[in-house]
Write a protein that binds this ligand. Sequence first.
Ligand SMILES: Cc1cc2nc3c(=O)[nH]c(=O)nc-3n(C[C@H](O)[C@H](O)[C@H](O)COP(=O)(O)O)c2cc1C
Length: 197
Amino acid sequence: MDVFEAMGTARAMRFFKPDPVPQELLDKVLWAATRASSPNNTQCWDFVVVTDAAVRKQLGDLFKPFADRVASMPVPDNAVDRRTLAGAKNLGENMGNFPCIIFVCGHNVYPPGAPRETFMYSAVYAASQNLVVAARALGLGAAFTTLHGVFEADIRRILRIPDDVFIGTTIPLGYPDGPTGPVSRRDVADVVHYDGW
Ligand SMILES: Cc1cc2nc3c(=O)[nH]c(=O)nc-3n(C[C@H](O)[C@H](O)[C@H](O)COP(=O)(O)O)c2cc1C
């Protein structure tokens, strides 16, 4: 699959088979993530990759109440939102059963002397998007999420994340257990302005 097809079909995948991600593929995905751009090439990121079953279970137990919260939400009118909600519920229910969860972490270091979190997140998000697209290119699925926000203190404790390190994204990764296909986005012509607005 070429890079354009991967970008065009890298849907947020929220359903995964239990099969482990081969280390060779995981290495490639992480390589791609670490090729992203960052402010002044600070590469102000670290990746906590969880594959150990016991650690996944601890994390999975944390996420379960999130599934209950999603289940209690009103059912949306349109099919896309219904699918997203079903996906969110599955993330909560099964996070611990997914073969791999990657936490893309950031260091708030740029610019030196007056660091701004926006710069840190720009790097973390660029790395996360590279990761998601690379996963798709390799036949894997991934979901770019910020779900750690709900249980951040517990996640930090379980994964021993240092106090001065931010968690930027939480990305479950594995073989997709759901349909893939083109992402739905606005037309290029609607958002591109040549030579002025
Ligand atoms: C900064 C950011 C945060 C996101 N957080 C979540 C999240 O917490 N949970 C989730 O299921 N998806 C999350 N997403 C994924 C988007 O909801 C998803 O990409 C978007 O709805 C488009 O769907 P698609 O990628 O399948 O086309 C996030 C995406 C971004 C860029």
